[in-house]
Design a protein around this ligand. Sequence first.
Ligand code: GDP
Ligand code: GDP
Length: 454
Amino acid sequence: EEADWDLAEFDGDEDGGAPGAPMPTLAIVGRPNVGKSTLVNRIIGRREAVVEDVPGVTRDRVSYEANWSGRSFMVQDTGGWEPDAKGLQQSVARQAALAMESADAIVVVVDAVVGATATDEAVAKILRRSKTPVVLVANKVDDQRMEAEAASLWNLGLGEPYPVSAIHGRGTGDLLDKILEVLPETPRERLGSVGGPRRVALVGKPNVGKSSLLNKLSGDERSVVHNVAGTTVDPVDTVVDLGGRPWRFVDTAGLRRKVAHASGAEFYASLRTKSAIEAAEVAILLIDASQPISEQDLRVLSMVADAGRALVIAFNKWDLVDEDRRHQLEREIDRDLQRVPWAQRVNISAQTGRAVQRLVPAMDTALESWDKRISTGRLNNWLKEVVAATPPPMRGGRLPRILFATQAGTRPPTFVLFTTGFLEAGYRRFLERRLREEFNFDGSPVRISVRVRE
Ligand code: GDP
Ligand code: GDP
């Protein structure tokens, strides 16, 4: 039996990486008994120093720190994964798919003595489309004779097979050199610096009140701590104490020292907005409540949603809003903000200070959702109930079955559904709605990708 996995809808979101450890992660995937655990032990030098136990996705995903040629990286051991009732191929395919989302490089291990099996082929098929670099290992090549067998694994289409004997160490030096060659220096997402102040982007079109709000929030100049203290260089970020905690407002230099609107300024403002959003965990999008919601507002909104950041929408200049305008605005919200029904909304006045203190609980809620992780058990219990009550619509006379769901990442929460057929956009939106009702992701985008097994 040949599994056929379609990753067309894979959207490549990744997890935040190991908390507090800006080291790249190497994932080891492959069938049971090919020698993954043996290889992990070989790579980490059998020190077995457990430094991270990632909760949620699978109980058994454990990372170890490894060093080679003066570089440090994390090795994610998936060796303990048992094939579940859904079958071996699915379980191994799931492993590979998760690795593509969470790791910086992947080692796929094949048993050279056995040769490539149908499961190996299925995994190779998934990994051939990986944007994450993949290194193919032909394990159990304990001597010269076996090398010929290893060469046949070129057929998997994953490039050169590295012949290795994990148990004796043969070939592992060359393999590690290759791994360091493809492994990036830093994890691909570095938002995981827990402990530091949360990073906020203050965004919105010109004249919406960004500078006024920053000034209002920082209030007394002495409560503002600049991150480049004691230099004459303009600090890029501003750290402000709000609700008793520091928050880092990213890339605010231009806001505090208003730059003249020269020609081309809009283009640069847009680039700047983009980079601020990328650097932030949560965005406060300011909209001028006294004016109709504009194209420009929606463009910035799309930037935030596309970047997958937590979001708070602040309707500013509320002091200028009268009864009539309020009704108008409600209609505009219904029309223009459908895309983000989950966004937190706060009506403020940067000028008078009205309700600005409500931004903090809104950001807290949004970030809590953004960081949230639902265990695989809870997720699948919920899914079973929802699908039983409202099955997906038939396609071509067949009922697509949803086999399994897992949360592959956080920041924002990213879910993967494994199905036997295509799920219509309407049904996917339905699932997202129900998921939000059940687990509450207020203030955060949620991503759902579907993997179809033909
Ligand atoms: P995993 O299930 O993929 O983690 O595989 P293990 O690391 O538990 O190894 C499965 C079996 O293969 C064990 O009995 C290992 O001793 C054996 N094994 C692992 N690597 C090698 C190797 O390079 N050569 C030989 N001959 N056996 C190996
Ligand atoms: P920025 O370009 O987004 O940084 O906007 P500014 O903070 O420079 O504000 C643009 C103009 O709007 C200034 O004249 C502010 O005084 C005014 N403004 C900002 N916030 C408010 C508000 O809440 N109410 C009113 N009435 N005016 C405001």
